[in-house]
Design a protein around this ligand. Structure first.
Ligand code: MSP
Length: 667
């Protein structure tokens, strides 16, 4: 019964609205969504929140640049963030915006509690402030750069309200000692401990230099410091001042990136202690997604958006890659190469191929019904036989003992990579089992009918285990597999605790095998994703049907597009004027190209094939009406056309055998 289910509350950070989601943000959100689904299957009443952090100088500036009010700007951006999660099938239970009235009420209430309890006082502060990170930089002198982002700091003097953070050094250290798993992983815990042990300075929690923020009641022009405002969103999402009514506070886990651990593990618990409110149970700080060994971030311009990957490979492929490839808690590299590698090896050839083999044989040899095999259900045969081996592997993988590859044990520890590895040991075991048992040979001998039934029953039952266990990570494809196995009801509603060997009912009609993960050709898939990545982003005001749904329609009609669509691409003959390597990026060249009407700067991924000096004077084909984008921080204003040759997609520049005039349009 719903009323008696234990509650579980987890959160993603709330994301800044001065940019759009990339796969770094997507990573945090996917992890949370996976935990949410897993906890549901364990019988919890789960709330997961995500949302947008909408105040501060950066938004003020971005709105000004866009020529619209802050309110209008953040509303549009919030729509985009929500839409991204919807498109990825991630359903947060609450989407919190810091411009919500209820949120403002909660921030003001929290401030009043801290103040009434004697932890807030008025003072002046002069310091070096990093506008990008919304933080004063302690111990910085005028002219010093921000140690986090490297941008110049600005000297700011303000009348502020201060929070007596210094009073919480001992209470915090006592709390960490009593709750050793409060900060995860261990490295972050140590980092926070030494920071707090080094002494805590009081913190200014209001600003008068910023207009776009939540007002401090009766103290205008003071507005709240963005972090006092943002952290409180976790509480306002589940009732704010009335949190007891909903029963979800304190949160079970705040999942964050490692760069914001201090705000979560020091400031936030101190605010709550001051207000005498319960503290969250755990802060889990994961590592960064890197692109060529550098943090993927909007300001560096090295971001990859989730949509092109999802359009080409499907949402589950992105989820699987991020959770399998990146060791949770550590940094991990993203590359299209590795993504496709994993997709083809583990999903298309692994799970997808196994499912299709088993289902096709059941269709063929048993008229599409789960075979009736008493020994498959009960496994009466002796110890050590291969049938029993599969059953045992399935039971171990469904268990919590990590020494026996218990995926659930890993999931509890947020060790997603190992959990998936464990589930894949079952897939490989069934693959090997089929190779040994050769059901296609058994099928030729009528006297082996019972044996054939047992082998296929066992394989299908193992697939049912895989569907249930992998569902939190692969919600779409496992749900398909579930239906293909003839199972009814939503897979997400299944109880993982009730997963028992032999519950697959003989005689159940299976559905037709449908390819779960079509194999893709590496260079072609990467080409499609990169092309979509370089498509202009939809303006925030555009309706939901945009460029990408046009691409989907093109796919549906066998990749054919109308002449009008082709005419949208403006290609012209260009001539390379200068060419040089981009520092720190071994594939990129920075070119200037004369396109007849102007000279453009274009960055091209051809450095490994073309010597910059030999390109000067060469005529190339340029797509001139692409929106500018940054590659490794360097602006590229157009694209040079090249063929992708061989399995690695080696670029070969397109050109002409006859003399052509610079600026001529290609038709
Ligand atoms: N608004 C603050 C958070 C307030 S929470 C009360 C903020 N926003 S953010 O838009 O910059 O998002 C930061 C978070 O996004 C990181 O902590 C992390 O969860 C995620 N990531 C952003 N880039 C990332 C990577 N390159 N790799 C992994 N996660 C990344 O900070």
């Amino acid at each position: 019964m719903a009323a008696t289910r234990p509650k579980y509350y987890l959160t993603t950070p709330i994301y800044y609205t001065n940019g759009l989601p990339h796969i770094g943000h997507t990573y945090s959100t996917i992890v949370c969504d996976t935990v949410r689904r897993y906890k549901r299957m364990c019988g919890y009443d789960v709330v997961m929140t995500t949302g947008t952090d909408e105040h501060g100088v950066n938004v003020e500036r971005a709105a000004r640049k866009a020529g619209i009010s802050e309110t209008e700007f953040v509303s549009k951006m919030a729509v985009e963030w929500r839409r991204t999660w919807d498109e990825l099938g991630i359903q947060g239970d609450e989407f919190i915006r810091t411009t919500d009235v209820n949120h403002a009420r909660t921030v003001q209430w929290l401030f009043k509690l801290c103040r009434d309890n004697g932890y807030v006082y008025k003072g002046h502060y002069t310091g070096q402030y990093c506008i990008h990170d919304n933080a004063f930089v302690s111990d910085a002198k005028p002219g010093d750069p921000c140690p986090d982002c490297g941008r110049p700091t600005e000297t700011v003097t303000e009348e502020n309200y201060f929070f007596k953070l210094s009073a919480f050094q001992k209470p915090l250290l006592d709390f960490y000692a009593k709750n050793p798993s409060f900060i995860q992983p261990e490295t972050r815990r140590n980092e926070v401990l030494s920071f707090v042990e080094g002494g805590l300075k009081d913190l200014s929690i209001t600003r008068t230099s910023i207009r776009w923020g939540i007002p401090v009641p009766g103290e205008e022009p003071h507005v709240f410091y963005v972090w006092f405002d943002a952290l409180t969103a976790y509480l306002s999402a589940v009732g704010g001042p009335d949190y007891e009514g909903r029963g979800f506070w304190p949160a079970d886990v705040h999942l964050v990136g490692k760069e914001i651990i201090r705000f979560h593990a020091v400031y936030w618990p101190a605010f709550l202690m001051a207000a005498m409110l319960p503290l969250p149970k755990q802060i889990w700080a994961h590592g960064w997604l890197l692109m060529d060994s550098t943090k993927m971030s909007k300001s560096l311009g090295n971001v990859v958006r989730p949509k092109p990957i999802v359009d080409v490979l499907g949402m589950d492929a992105l989820r699987y890659f991020l959770l399998r490839e990146v060791v949770f808690g550590q940094d991990g590299n993203f590359s299209y190469d590795a993504l496709i590698q994993r997709y083809n090896a583990d999903l298309a050839n692994g799970l997808g191929n196994l499912a299709s083999r088993v289902l096709t044989m059941i269709e063929k040899y048993f008229d599409g019904k789960i075979p009736n095999s008493l020994s498959g259900v009960r496994l009466l045969e002796g110890e050590g036989n291969p049938d029993r081996g599969i059953k045992e592997t399935a039971q171990f993988v469904a268990g919590e003992d990590v020494r026996l590859a218990g995926a659930r044990g890993y999931l509890v520890k947020f060790d997603f990579s190992r959990a998936l590895e464990a589930i894949w040991t079952l897939i490989s075991a069934v693959d090997a089992y089929l190779t040994t048992m050769q059901p296609w040979v058994l099928a030729e001998d009528e006297s082996k009918r019972e044996r054939l039934a047992t082998v296929l029953y066992i394989s299908a039952e193992a697939l049912r285990f895989v569907a249930v266990l992998a569902h939190p990570v692969l919600p779409d494809s496992t749900s398909k597999l579930w239906r293909q196995l003839g199972q009814t009801g939503p897979l997400g509603g299944q109880s993982i605790d009730a997963l028992r060997w032999g519950h697959l009912k003989p005689g159940t009609k299976i559905a037709k095998a449908e390819t779960l993960f079509p194999r893709v050709e590496k260079a072609e898939a990467i080409g499609r994703m990169e092309a979509m990545e370089s498509e202009p982003q939809k303006p925030v005001t555009a309706p939901a049907t945009g460029a990408s749904s046009g691409a989907a329609a093109a796919q549906a009609t066998n990749h054919k597009i109308s002449i009008e669509d082709f005419a949208k691409v403006e290609m012209r003959v260009g001539q390379v004027k200068t060419a040089e390597r981009v520092q720190g990026a071994d594939k990129l060249l920075k070119l200037t190209v004369d396109i007849g009407t102007e000279v453009r700067q274009i960055v091209a991924g051809i450095a490994q094939q073309y010597d910059p000096d030999k390109l000067i004077g060469r005529k190339v084909i340029v797509v001139v009406n692409l929106q500018p984008r940054k590659l490794r921080g360097v602006e590229s204003n157009g694209m040079i056309v090249a063929a992708a040759v061989g399995p690695e997609g080696r670029p070969v520049l397109a050109g002409f055998h006859e003399e052509v005039e610079v600026g001529a349009r290609l038709k």
